[in-house]
Ligand binder design. Sequence first.
Ligand code: S3P
Length: 444
Amino acid sequence: MTRFDPSGPLRGELRPPPDKSISHRAALIAAMSEGTVEISGYLNAADTQSTRQAVQQLGAGAESSASDRSGAIDLRVEGIGLRGPGLHQDQGTQVIDAGNAGTLMRLLPGWLAGQERGEWVLDGDRPVDRVSEPLREMGAAVKCREGRLPPLDVRGAALRGIAYRMPVASAQVKSCVLLAGLLAEGETKITEPAPTRDHTERLLSAWGANVQTEQLRTLPTLGGGPARRITVQPAERLTGSPLDVPGDFSSAAFMAVAATIVEGSRVRITGVGLNPTRVGLLGILNRMGAALEVDEDPERFEPTGTIGALHGPLEATRVHGEEVPLAIDELPLAALLGCFANGTTIVSGAEELRRKESDRIATVVEGLRGLGAEIEATEDGFAVTGRGGLRGGRLDAHGDHRLAMLGAIVGLASREGVEVEGMHAAAVSYPGFEADLRALAQGK
Ligand code: S3P
């Protein structure tokens, strides 16, 4: 049990750990490339260690050295090429453990599915049904337990390009199909019902793949959102280049929200990724009246910048539709902000939350209610009425890193403090979280 007491103002500056989504993709796509790729600031956390180990198991080199950034290592990846895993497989079926890493569990099968001579078993604890369906359609033999659970058996095949309309907006599913599309015969088209994070498209394009994105006119059959179509052409090879991973917006978001709800706070967060497909929370905070300043750095392959966050009064808001995928991992924070806002904050259209590291509708509602919130679960989100803050108490993280961090910041902003059961889960994405938060509380 880890205790977080009510705090005085949070003050200071910090640089969040490297982006988890980009780190996974960088290691995986570097392994798919030819030659050596230097990744500066690879997230050194449990999830991304699983990806590093997976690519090593497949035959790629992934040597690390110390980084001057906190929560980071520098990684030098020796790629094995797009068709490398099939060629390197000489001793029967290999078992690869994805652990808790959803991104690895969903993206890796896309690469493996196109290896005509390969057979793998992917183990882990995240459902895999969403990627099995399009991969089968492309011609791969994939099998999972009870139609949705790992282990996932992947027998590679000569793939064919497909036109795939994703039933839900998921960057992981999109990315899986994009990777498989590189190895398929003919082009592959993916339609997403609403824009999702586009790190895979950016990285593939930068490293030589032909990936095009079109904005579609609203499609009533897809819920009327601004759907996008992404087309990938088969590739002979990818050529990686040095990459500097930006800070993780999803990690920075905890500190920005903490500053917003702890009285008197003023915090600066530097080197944060500001990819427009990730920063939906900034729009939500803006509508709620939060005092934020965002400065963009000159653009590299991913936009980055500085976020200044100040404590201030908040108004309730509604979050729904196309905003959901842009803030999917930050919706627990939207619920917390709602506890400090004037009025009722409603999040809807977010049934995806039930499929995250925990059922985040259930765990957020149960967790915040236990700390004094007036919050109700709905089928596809939650409704929370602000009552001037939270009392505090005990919160069980249910093994979910984002829930553990949520509990910690509530502790600082609450009247009586919070004891978090399972704080260690934070190491999945932000190993230095507790130290960084306590440093801000001490005004360092
Ligand atoms: C991720 C995409 C999101 C997100 C997850 C990371 C990614 O999942 O919730 O934490 O790296 O692509 P979905 O794509 O399934 O919504």
